[in-house]
Design a protein around this ligand. Structure first.
Ligand code: HEC
Length: 87
């Protein structure tokens, strides 16, 4: 009987761990362009608003700043879409 309780407790802890881990990684993947922009692009300078450059200029700037900010391809793409999309 005692053993069963131990096994159930262990299984519950394991399940909780899996649930918590998957929530955390989902949160990181869920970050949108504006959040990534705010967190990454202000580290070195005040980043100009999306209206400051044309879409073509943003695409050049983004590949340049992707290297400086050491962003992944997905992060950089989200930021670019945010900068090109909204004013
Ligand atoms: C590691 C520091 C660093 C990070 C992070 C960074 N930048 Fe920059 N950024 C610079 C430096 C240095 C310059 C100016 C010199 C240059 O162009 O390399 C610059 C210049 C710029 C310019 C001016 C370009 C122009 O032609 O006037 C823009 C716009 C810009 N960054 C946007 C961004 C955006 C958007 C991000 C986020 C994806 C970002 N930066 C992240 C360092 C950084």
């Amino acid at each position: 009987m005692k053993r069963n309780i131990l096994i159930i407790a262990f299984a519950m802890i394991l399940t909780m761990g899996i649930v918590i881990t998957s929530c955390v990684s989902a949160k990181v993947a869920d970050k949108n362009g504006s959040q990534l922009w705010a967190q990454n692009c202000m580290r070195c300078h005040n980043s100009p608003p999306s209206s400051a450059f044309t879409n073509t200029q943003w695409s050049v700037i983004s590949s340049h700043m992707r290297q400086r900010a050491m962003l992944t391809e997905v992060e950089s793409k989200k930021i670019l879409e945010f900068l090109q999309g909204g004013d």
